[in-house]
Ligand binder design. Sequence first.
Ligand SMILES: Cc1ncc(COP(=O)(O)O)c(C=O)c1O
Length: 398
Amino acid sequence: MTGSKTIDIARIRADTPFCEQRIHLHNSGSSLMPLPVFDATRQHLERDYRMGGYEAAAAARDDIAMFYDESARMFGCDSSEIAFMENATAAWNAVFYGFARTLRAGDRILTANAEYASNYIAYLQIARQTGCDIVAVPDDAAGQIDVRVLESMIDERVKLISITHVPTNGGLVNPAAAVGAVARRHRIPYLLDACQSAGQMPLDVDGIGCDAMSMTGRKYLRGPRGTGILYVRESAMDQLPPATLDLWGASWTSAGCFELQAGARRYENFENNVAGQVGLGVALRYANDLGLDTIFDRIRQLGTYVRGRLSRIDGVTVRDKGRVQCGIVTFTHDRVDATTIREGMAAAGINVGTSGAASTRLDMEQRGIDVLVRCALHYFNTEAELDTFCERLAELVS
Ligand SMILES: Cc1ncc(COP(=O)(O)O)c(C=O)c1O
């Protein structure tokens, strides 16, 4: 353990009452909200109901401010560099599609093998429109993006480095800071999809060296659904214009002119999910108070534990790659398919997910995997729960 604190699991589980009713190992799909997050979200909805939405938002000014302040605290940036978005995809798109307008035939986007489908589809669409090229940097022997090869690929054609930190299909943690060092050295814009890492591990934007980073609320941050976060470095905002604007992102200053709103709120829309934003602010504070180092230590300890147990079950192959592995534990079975396992686990009161080839096609095709089981644990899970999961799984596949 390297974190400075330990987590009081009994207290955390008391804050997460439904974790006593099912074993929730589907945290990279959507986690369980802690009670304070649920209460804050519900209370804001109640305000909406009783006061009217605009009046409720005005009354929630401090709660809304907390969302920006706690985001800045978590990611080591200024609160003016944070935008509230409806999900991680909207956050990523807001930056990517704005930037993509500058791409020309022959320009290159460098990405990684485990890139998420939505991002890759966006690259393909832009490549079709502009003639730019998408180049996936190969993995190194450990299965993470090969940073030395990445650097050797840099030339004047490379206009963007854009990778996923933790892919949707496994425990791999790509070396985001080493990639950032390359991007900085060569002054190339760097967009990081931190959808699956936010809330799971420390993310310091200066240490990582990214220009923009997208995150979702409902996964490891344990916020409400329909929420996301966008970080954009102040000094990069002019290079990364919002893909779309409304009267919130910009002001219509005279008949023929508009001015962008100061800071990252230029990427937001006027209308948004205020209850979700208030709830996400509380979720950010909850995680910040526990400490991201402490959270990640516990997650990694549980991950190592369950990978060890799974690998002793007959027919199971653990599929996680990378030098550093997180709480997303993936595996296949040589006789029982992933969907049957997910359904069997659901019937036994255990939530796990599956991830199919179409979500991370380059990586899955390279490894010849069609679909795998995703057991995504969080710090509130216990070794006893993981024992039960492995026992039920062993019964199911026997
Ligand atoms: C790596 C990665 N990026 C982006 C997303 C999209 O997040 P959202 O559904 O919040 O848009 C996901 C969702 O699973 C993901 O795994």
